[in-house]
Design a protein around this ligand. Sequence first.
Ligand SMILES: NC(=O)c1ccc[n+]([C@@H]2O[C@H](COP(=O)([O-])OP(=O)(O)OC[C@H]3O[C@@H](n4cnc5c(N)ncnc54)[C@H](OP(=O)(O)O)[C@@H]3O)[C@@H](O)[C@H]2O)c1
Length: 315
Amino acid sequence: MRILLTGATGFVGGRLRAPLAAAGHEVYCASRKPPPRDPSWRRFELDDESSIEAALEGCEAAFFLIHNLTGAQEGYGAREIAGAERFARAAAKRKLQRIVYLGGFEPPPEALSDHLRSRLAVGKALRDGPVPCLELRGSVIVGDGSASFRILRDLAARLPAMVLPAWLENRTEPVAIDDVISALVAALRVPLPASDWQDLPGPEALSGRQMLLRTAALLGVKPRTMPIPLLTPRLSARWLWLISGVDYRLACELVDGLKRDLFAQRRGFRALAGLPAPLPFDEAVRRALAEERQRAPRSPFGRAWEEVVRRVSPR
Ligand SMILES: NC(=O)c1ccc[n+]([C@@H]2O[C@H](COP(=O)([O-])OP(=O)(O)OC[C@H]3O[C@@H](n4cnc5c(N)ncnc54)[C@H](OP(=O)(O)O)[C@@H]3O)[C@@H](O)[C@H]2O)c1
C-alpha cells in the first residue's frame, strides 16, 4: 500500500517507517518541517485542511500519530478534535481505505485526565469519519525516546533515595515499543469492515513504584524509598520536572493519567493479528537502555550525577 505516515518525526512514527517499508509498503513521511528536496517527505500541518489533502494524495492508508501536548495552549482538546475531523474529511476526499491511530487506554470516567480525554476524543472523531479507522490504544510505552519512560528512567537513575506518593501504587500495563510497532504494521492487514478499537497491553500489570524499582535494578541501583501519602499530583509533577527535565505540562498529564489503575479492556489484538506474546517489562527496559547507550551521551553533569548515585547505592 501507499501510506502516509504522520508524526514521522516523533517517538513512535520515527520507528515505524523502516518496518512498514520492510513489509513492502511505499511510505511517505509527513511533518510540519520536512527535510528539503526529499521526495519521500511531505509537508503537513493538521490545522490546514488543504495541506492534509495534499499530503494524502495518492495514498491508500494513513497513520495518525500526531500529538502536541508540549506546545499546547489552553483549549488544546478542542483543537485536537477539530484536527482529527479535518483529517477524516481529507482522507474521505482522497478515498483512503483505512486510517490507523494510536491513542491511550480508557480509564473509568472519574479518572479521566484532560490528556486522556483528548486522546479518546481524537480516536472517536477519526472512527466516526467516513474512512474506517482502527484505533489502537496503549498506556506507558517503554522505549528510548518515550517521555513517560524517560521520567521513569531518570528518577530511577538520579535519586539515591525517593519518596513514593500514593499515586505510584496505581497500576497499568506498560508495553514495549517493539510490540507497539509490530501491532501498528499488522493494523494495515487485519480485516476492518468498519471502524474499531483495540488495546495493546503489555504482559504484566505493574504499579508506578514497581516500574521504578525494576528500572532501577536494571540500571544497577537500589534507591531507598519512603512512602508519603500526601504529595499532591501538582507537587509530584514539579518533582518529575525537576529531576528529569521533561516539560512540566507533560509531567502533570502523566501524573493525572495514573490517578487510578489504568487497564486494557480489549486484549485480543495480538492474537487476531497473529502476533507473538508481548515482551516482559524487564526485557523492554533492557532494550530501551541498550539503545540509549548507543545514542549521543547525556549532559556531562547528568552522567556524573548518575555515576555518583550508582556508587553510593547499595548492591
Ligand atoms: N509515547 C507514549 O508513551 C505513548 C503512549 C500511548 C499512546 N501514545 C500515542 O502515540 C501517538 C504518537 O505519540 P509520540 O509519543 O510518538 O508523539 P511525539 O514523539 O510527541 O510526536 C508527535 C508528532 O506529532 C507531529 N505534530 C504535532 N503537531 C502537529 C501538527 N499541528 N501538524 C502536523 N503534525 C504535528 C510532530 O511532527 P512535526 O513536529 O515534525 O510536525 C511529531 O512527529 C500519539 O497519538 C500518542 O497519544 C504515545
